[in-house]
Design a protein around this ligand. Structure first.
Ligand code: I3P
Length: 109
């Protein structure tokens, strides 16, 4: 599965809140492949190698819980990812349908 997702980092690897200055929203081209959600700067190209930044932004979604971000109301169609290493991300999808589809697919991994 792939598509546009806009990400906000809420908590870091240690479970501590992401500090100010790194809490902004950023748009990515997301690709879910196997157990990894790649958040890429540019559109998916099958033959192109991932950049170092793309690899750094990739999230292992094994044992990651995706839910609708019910407690976040500033934006629409936002899902919440809680990873097995205690990171928390908010991801905004372009539509409710897309948000539900991402939640479903991530929780299947
Ligand atoms: C953050 C940025 C986010 C905002 C966040 C700010 O600043 O303005 O858009 O979240 O508020 O800290 P920075 O880019 O300097 O990290 P919202 O869009 O959800 O308001 P927060 O600290 O209350 O999460």
């Amino acid at each position: 599965k792939h598509g546009i997702l806009t990400r906000k980092s809420h908590a870091d690897m240690d479970g501590k809140l992401t500090p100010r200055g790194r809490r902004g929203w950023k748009k990515f081209y997301a690709v879910l492949k196997g157990m990894i959600l790649y958040l890429q700067k540019d559109e998916y190209k099958p033959d192109k190698d991932l950049s170092e930044v793309d690899l750094k932004n990739a999230v292992r979604v094994h044992h990651t819980l995706a839910t609708r971000a019910c407690d976040y109301s500033k934006r629409q169609n936002v899902l919440k990812l809680k990873t097995s290493d205690w990171r928390v991300f908010l991801l905004q999808a372009p539509s409710e349908e897309e948000m539900i589809s991402w939640i479903f697919r991530i929780n299947l991994v």
